[in-house]
Design a binder for this molecule. Sequence first.
Ligand code: ADP
Ligand code: 3PG
Ligand code: MG
Length: 396
Amino acid sequence: MNLLTVKDEPEVFKGKSVLLRVDYNVVKGGKIGDTYRIDRTLPTVEFLLNAGTKRVVIASHSGRPKGRERSLSLKPVVKYLKKKLGEDVGFVEDVLEGDPPEGPRVVLLENLRFWEGEKEDDPEFARALSRFGEEYVNDAFGVSHRRNASVHAIAQYYGKRYAGLLMAEEVDALTNVRDNPERPFYVLFGGAKVEDKIPVLEALVEKADRLLIGGAMAYTFLKVKGHSVGSSIVDEGHLSWAKEFLEKNGDKVVLPKDHVCATAPAKECGKGYEVRDVEGEDIPEGFIGYDIGWETVKSYREELKKAEMVFWNGPLGYYECEDFECGTKLLAIFLSAFKEDGKKVVVGGGDTVAAISRFHIPYEDYHFVSTGGGAALEFLAGESLPGIEIITKKEG
Ligand code: ADP
Ligand code: 3PG
Ligand code: MG
């Protein structure tokens, strides 16, 4: 893709104010959840400070607020940034009226989605934001699939739009997966809804040597193969799609051989059901598949051993509950050892990354863990993302 990055023209930033769009969609209920998305942008902030910028003004959204929702304020991020950067960090509460405080070289703006103009891609809102930076840098890969003012309409106010270091890394790593993966290339898919993953499944199966499926999505495929699935989640609206997909790619697709089931819905983890191991593909009436079984874990490990590159998206079971976390946890641990052997594991997806964090596996143990959920999947599906389209391409 060859984006123009901050590293290509560091002299541009000297003495100037810079508007840096990031994706800090990590604040919930007044607290920071996982800090990964923040941590990954710090090299760009530090790079800009070292390049002699007058001021770095950091802008992000968090959640999907209706107006000014206090619990979604980005204020808690100020303290975290201060600690990580060892710099004073200012805060602007009103992005339409307020000015950056004099003094701090790093300033954070309040949650951009507190203003309707952000979601509406409003050029006037983007103009108001542009007064915070003489230059514009986009490091917000996670939101690049959204046509929002700070990642799209903003483009018209800048001659050049620079990619931050994280943005460049995301685009490089995911382009590698999408366009020229190392072979054998294995794809591991899980998660709940088939529907959300259709474009990316169709794109990646073309490239993959093998596609291993787990999670709730597996039951839709098992059902069209004629297996009984008990009361497991099935995407009834996409059975004919799944049938065609298997007819076309059946030689590549691998489905679970056994299951961990509950005797009743596991809405309240640990309560109101018994856990049963079910051997073989078929799940009896009255049982719900919540995880891949031990035989499946073993056979998926044997398969994955053959890979030079693995792309993993989607938990292999209902990992939020300990009773059904094993499949996801065992394969997450297994894949975390690949890096030592020079094999590339690329991970994408909000819940997949949350699962890794829940198991206390350091993200650095994988070749690349994307900060994008929906954005990563759309990128891999070959779609054009508005936030990436507007970043200036390198010449030549
Ligand atoms: P990602 O955000 O990584 O793309 P998804 O959103 O597709 O992943 O799926 C994650 C959700 O799928 C999790 O909430 C997980 O509990 C759920 N899930 C996975 N397997 C099952 C299953 N067998 N039954 C019910 N839910 C499942
Ligand atoms: C994400 O977390 O996927 C991005 O920050 C985009 O958030 P959104 O789905 O609320 O637009
Ligand atoms: Mg998800």
